[in-house]
Design a binder for this molecule. Structure first.
Ligand code: ZN
Length: 138
């Protein structure tokens, strides 16, 4: 498989092997009309194996969302064939609209228009709790 090097676009690198498809779905990359390349199980000196996603276009990404899926990721922004920005990610303090509260008595289960908001309560174990009832996300 040959992947052209990108002139203008984004390379999402150091994705934990096996997580590229989850990221692809959660970021809605299937809705893009430009070229998106997913490389799986690439040899990496840092991670052993990693996944990479290349997007052949500049676009805004939800950094919190990427950091939530996988905080080891680095994102490279490329313009005119040059690396113009390299971003490392971390777990976001709070995340909205991704996790849903499983507590049937939670106010977000009753009032569907409320945003599902979760707060990071234990960074080491990646624990998020519902902002309203403190139920753990998983
Ligand atoms: Zn809740």
């Amino acid at each position: 498989m040959i992947i052209d090097s990108i002139q203008n676009g984004i390379v999402i690198d150091h994705i934990t092997a096996g997580k590229a498809m989850e990221l692809y779905r959660i970021l809605g990359l299937d809705k893009l009309d430009c070229t998106v390349a997913i490389l799986k199980n690439v040899a990496s000196s840092k991670l052993g194996r990693k996944d990479i996603i290349k997007i052949d276009r500049e676009m805004d990404l939800d950094w919190d969302l990427i950091g939530y899926v996988d905080p080891t990721i680095t994102v490279n922004c490329i313009r005119n064939g040059q690396l113009v920005e390299k971003r490392t990610l971390k777990l976001p303090e709070r995340i909205t609209g991704v996790l849903t509260c499983k507590n049937p008595r939670c106010i977000t289960s009753v009032e569907q228009e409320l945003p599902q908001e979760f707060v990071l309560t234990d960074p080491a174990r990646r624990v998020y709790r519902c902002r309203y009832c403190e139920t753990q996300s998983k």
